[in-house]
Design a protein. Structure first.
Length: 380
């Protein structure tokens, strides 16, 4: 099969469709990668506000909403700047430094700290359920509160209680301690046992009433109650990829996308034939002549070439008209002058060309010499 009969493996329409699909798929991949955590439901059954397991706090969020309040689960630190109540559910491995810095950012705004109690793991045979591995020793919570409050936590059976020199009991607990206590001089509260607020406690009416009382005691405003999930490991950290899809950088992203589209259209269909870069130094006699002319022009000596042009014309006409051999000098000039007795003699034209003071007069003499040459050689 000849080259003329060959056809392209893909039509222009197919190439356009494949390119469009690739661009749309890439844009969708980047967008979904940026907002993956917001779009994907959290299935971790730990002790946090997204969990519907026995130790989770999703039921407390629903309890607030069903009783006329507002509640949200926060994954960004900016959402924790509210003046309303923030419920913090640290895990057993949260350090005292993390909790202290969290409370410093909260300053004098109401905060409820729910101390951890159970260490669990997810059931493989039933997703979303947990099995208790062990009870977290009270010393873990006491160490977590180091630098925040001097607390003694106790209670092996039932709900735990706490006491401390700077704690103000709000809801009484076992053994003369407090289930819910306020840290002296601050709007920060400590809940000794998470089983008084988690999903496990809401399985009975009495447990729901107790959970509602705890939240009402800690909440002193009509603002929505915010459940923190950052200490549980669900924080949404700033992302450069997400910034590209949000103001004020969204217009820049759209401009770049539009510029990319124009570049693709330009590459797909050129506006005229492709321009090839010329050689810096050309090949052949023409290149030598052009380079020589450029040097003469640069040196401003073009008008001094008339004598040499006259000599070339003298030799060319002598050969073309069959001049006797041996003629040279003045004898050859007399012979050339006799070839055309009607016009200006050759010697006069040659003298004008040799003595031209500028390029304009040189060109006038050269044109006359060329016309004389065509006349005497019959080169019409």
């Amino acid at each position: 099969m000849s080259a003329a009969t060959r056809t392209a493996p893909f039509s222009a329409r197919m190439v356009l469709i494949l390119t469009t699909i690739g661009i749309v798929a890439t844009a969708a991949f980047l967008f979904l990668s940026a907002y993956e955590r917001e779009l994907t439901p959290i299935r971790d059954p730990g002790a946090h506000a997204f969990s519907k397991s026995a130790v989770g706090f999703a039921g407390a969020v629903d309890l607030i909403r069903y009783t006329g309040g507002q509640a949200v689960a926060a994954r960004r630190e900016s959402e924790l700047a509210t003046r309303g109540l923030v419920v913090v559910t640290p895990i057993a491995f949260t350090s005292a430094e993390q909790l202290r810095l969290f409370l410093e950012r909260r300053e004098n705004r109401p905060t409820l700290i729910v101390l951890p109690k159970r260490i669990t793991r997810e059931l493989r045979e039933h997703r979303g359920w947990v099995r208790q591995v062990a009870l977290a020793p009270p010393e873990i919570s006491m160490a977590m509160l180091k630098g925040t409050a001097d607390v003694t936590l106790y209670g092996l059976g039932g709900l735990r209680s706490l006491r401390g020199p700077k704690l103000i009991p709000v809801i009484a607990g076992q053994g003369g301690g407090a289930l819910l206590a306020q840290i002296d001089g601050t709007p920060h509260y400590l809940l000794a046992d998470p089983d008084a607020l988690n999903n496990m406690s809401l399985k009975t009416l009495d447990g729901a009433k107790r959970a509602k009382e705890i939240l009402d005691q800690a909440n002193t405003s009509e603002l929505p109650i915010v459940f923190d999930t950052t200490l549980a490991g669900f924080a949404n950290n700033p992302s450069l990829l997400r910034l590209a899809f949000e103001p004020p950088f969204l217009p820049l992203t759209l401009c770049l996308a539009f510029a990319t589209l124009l570049a693709i259209l330009h590459a797909a269909r050129r506006f005229g034939p492709a321009a090839h870069e010329d050689r810096k130094v050309a090949f052949g006699k023409r290149a030598l002549a052009e380079n020589g002319a450029a040097l003469l022009r640069l040196a401003r000596r073009r008008h001094r070439t008339g004598e040499r042009y006259a000599q070339l014309t003298r030799e060319a006409v002598a050969n073309a008209t069959g001049a006797p051999p041996g003629l040279s000098g003045e004898a050859l000039d007399r012979y050339l002058d006799k070839l055309d007795r009607t016009g200006e003699p050759f010697t006069a034209i040659a003298a004008r060309a040799a003595d031209a003071p500028d390029t304009r007069r040189l060109m006038a003499a050269v044109r006359d010499m060329y016309s004389w040459r065509r006349t005497v050689t019959r080169d019409h």
